[in-house]
Ligand binder design. Sequence first.
Ligand code: ATP
Ligand code: MG
Length: 450
Amino acid sequence: MFKLPEQINNIFKVFKKNGFEIYLVGGSVRDLILKKNPTNWDFTTNANPQQIQHLFPQSFYHNDYGTVSIPLESKSQENSIIVEITSFRKESNYSDFRHPEKISWAKTLKEDLARRDFTINAIAYDKKTIIDYYNGQKDLNDKIIRTVGDPDKRFREDALRLIRAIRFASQLGFFIEENTRKSIEKNASLISKISWERIRDEFLKILASNHPVEGILFLRNTRLLKYILPELDICFSIPQKSPKRHHIYDVGTHLVMALKHCSLPDPITRFATLIHDIGKAPTFKKDEKTGLITFYNHEVVGTKIAQKIAERFRLSNKQKEKLIRLVQYHQFTVSEIQTDKTIKRFIRNIGKEYLDDIMALRFADRLGSGAKPDSWRFKLFRKRLIEVQQEPFKITDLKVNGYDVMRILNIKPGPKVGQILKEIFDKVTEKKLPNERKILLKEIKKTLKI
Ligand code: ATP
Ligand code: MG
C-alpha cells in the first residue's frame, strides 16, 4: 500500500519469516498517511528483545524501555535510517508520574496500542492493512490531538505526555481536543516530576516546529508555562505602553510576536528571541506623575536570567553561550551614522558566528513591537557588517596608538612616532607579535633601550 525503503521492507520480511508479528507504529505511520517522508521508523512486535537481537546481531538493547535499535547503513548521512523496535508492552503501575515500576510485556497488538499516548500515535501498519482501534486516522484527518482513553489517567501515568501533546500540536499544526486540553490544564503541575532533559527536548522541538508561537500560547493557556518558564509567564502582566515609547504590547505579547517574526529555524535563536526582554519584568518602573515606564538595565538583568534558564534546561555549553550572548547584546543600535569602529566592536562582542542570529533577533524584535520593518536601514547595516570585516588590518586597528608611544618614550609629536608605530604594525602583520596591548606596550618600551 505504501512504498517503503528497501531496508524497512527487509525488516518486515525477517520477522515474518521467523514467525513473528511485526508492525510499524508512531511517527512513521502518521507520516505515511499524511504523505510525508518518514524520518524515523518505530516498530512493535511480539518477539522479545532477546529474539530481536538474535535476528539482528548488529542491534543494541536499551533495557529501560524494552527497545532495540538497529543501525542501518545508508548511502547519505542526511537520509540515515533510524529503526527502533519495541516488544509489545502494556502500562503497569506508575508511582512517580514518570516511569512504570517495571516493564510489563503484552501479548497482543491491541494491548500495546492501548498504552500509547495519542490516537494519532496508536495506528499500526503491517504492510497490508492499517490497524486503527482508536480512530487515529479520523483525528489525523481532523487535525486533532486526543489521548488514547481517559486523559486524566493517561497524564497521571506519565506527565511527559502533557508537553508531548503540545509538541505534536505545534509540529503538525493540530488542535488539542477539548477534554485532553482541559486535562492538561488540570494536571499541569505534574510536569515538575519530569526531568529537565526531557522537558528541554520537547520544548526545543516546539520552538523548532512550524508553529512555535501556537506552541508557546498552548503552554501558557494550559498553565504549563508557569512551571517550565515562569520568567516568561509573568511578562504577560508587564505593560510597556507609555508616553514616548513605541511599544503597543505588554512584554509577554511582544516576546511572542517577536518569536513569530524570527526568520531562522534554529531553536536556540528562537529561544533567545522569545526571552530577549525577559529582564523587563524585574526592572519595570512606572513614574506615577508622568506615567513613563522604564526598564533600566534590563539587558544586564535579562542576561543573568537567561543564564539561569540555560542551566535549568541543561543546555549544552555551546547552546548556553549562544542563548546568553544573543540576549546580552540584543539592544544594539542599527543606524547609518555609526562609525566602523562601533560596528567592529559590535561584531567582536556578539561573535562572528552569531551575526546572522542576532540580526534575525533584532529584526524580529522590531517587527514584534508593531514597528515598521525599516528594511533599508537593516540592509545597509548588513552591508556594512560585511564591509568592515573585509577591510584590511590598518595601523589604527593596533591596540596601541601614537599617544602611547609619546608617553612611554617621552617624545613630542613628529615623524618618529609614526615610524615606531609602523615598525610595530609590520611585526604584527608578519605575526611576529600578537595585537595585544600589554605586549605592544612592552615593545614600545624596548625601543627606549636601543
Ligand atoms: P517523532 O519520532 O516524530 O518524534 P513519534 O510519534 O514517533 O514522533 P516517538 O517519541 O518516537 O514519537 O515515540 C514513538 C511512539 O511511541 C509514539 O508514537 C507513541 O505511540 C509511543 N510513545 C512515545 N512516548 C510515549 C509516552 N510517553 N507515552 C505513551 N506512548 C508513547
Ligand atoms: Mg519516532
